[in-house]
Design a protein. Structure first.
Length: 300
């Protein structure tokens, strides 16, 4: 399969990166982790103006009627900038999961960025701000559960988990794209640090061992990208699972390598590297871990 992003896709990605680069997403994510949502909601409102939550919603409900490739372009940028919030659930899953009266009621608000959705898989992300829980009504106060990534606020809700179908697959695809974006940020951060950090009177990027580590990350990310893009084209559950596994593995390698290159500073909570380390660990297991998705690939 030959595949390349169109000029429109590249322009969309450029617009998203330009907006998010100036939106202080790390600060918004740290505030979100402590339940202070307003900085993050401001970022999400800007993304709504760029059309992100409306991508997969049909025009009849106020959306753009775009496709999975557009979704991947958007979520790779969201992963790169560590944007908090239930965007996978709102932009990827809800448009496919909500039908009938629920679609009429909620899709226009979701497309406009005026409301958010969440989905139990089995825990529900950001259920405290969600107007709609796919598969159930919001009743009472959801119970917060500790997450390895504090910016991913997970809740127990009284609803059956989403375990398959097109809506589930679109959620997996969006997470795979997020992992790809996070991995690219980690690589860029490691390369930038290697070009400025000196050890024994030499930049550490001049050492061949460091170069080999970074080259391995480039290779794995570049192998993962076509799998994610191809999965967006075929929409095959097996292709989507393969993309999730490879993107997760590549992002984990990028995280481990970035931490090795940065050294002790990478462990500090105030460093932006820490946001991506925990994000990658959490996303790798979200929407099905590698074992689950490897089994789906083998079941083809």
């Amino acid at each position: 399969m030959r595949f390349a992003l169109s000029a429109e896709h590249r322009d969309f990605a450029t617009s998203l990166h330009a907006y998010l680069a100036g939106a202080d997403t790390p600060g918004a994510a740290r505030a979100w982790a402590h339940g202070r949502h307003e900085p993050g909601l401001k970022v999400l409102r800007g993304l709504a103006e760029l059309g992100v939550p409306a991508l997969l919603i049909d025009e009849a409900h106020g959306g753009l009627g775009a496709g999975p490739v557009d979704l991947v372009v958007a979520f790779e940028a969201l992963g790169y900038h560590a944007v908090p919030g239930p965007l996978v659930e709102t932009a990827a899953v809800a448009p496919a999961a909500l039908t009938g009266a629920a679609a009429e009621r909620w899709l226009p608000s979701l497309a406009a960025g005026e409301a958010f959705a969440t989905v139990p898989v089995p825990l529900a992300l950001d259920a405290d701000i969600a107007a709609v829980v796919v598969g159930a009504e919001v009743v009472g106060q959801p119970e917060l559960v500790r997450s390895i990534d504090p910016t991913r606020r997970l809740f127990r809700v009284d609803a059956p988990p989403l375990t398959g179908g097109r809506a589930f697959d679109l959620g997996v695809l969006a997470v795979a794209a997020q992992l790809l974006g996070a991995g690219r940020w980690l690589l860029d951060a490691a390369v930038a640090y290697a070009k400025q950090r000196s050890q024994y009177d030499r930049l550490i990027g001049e050492y061949q061992a460091i170069r080999h580590l970074l080259a391995d990350v480039v290779t794995h990310l570049e192998l993962a990208r076509p799998l994610v893009h191809a999965a967006a084209v075929t929409a095959s559950p097996q292709d989507i699972s393969a993309a999730k596994v490879k993107a997760g593995d590549a992002a984990y390698l990028a995280a481990r390598t970035a931490l090795q290159v940065h050294g002790a500073i990478g462990y500090t909570a105030g460093h932006d590297l820490g946001l991506r380390l925990t994000k990658v660990r959490a996303l790798a297991g979200a929407w099905g871990d590698s074992g689950f998705h490897r089994e789906r690939v083998l079941a083809r």
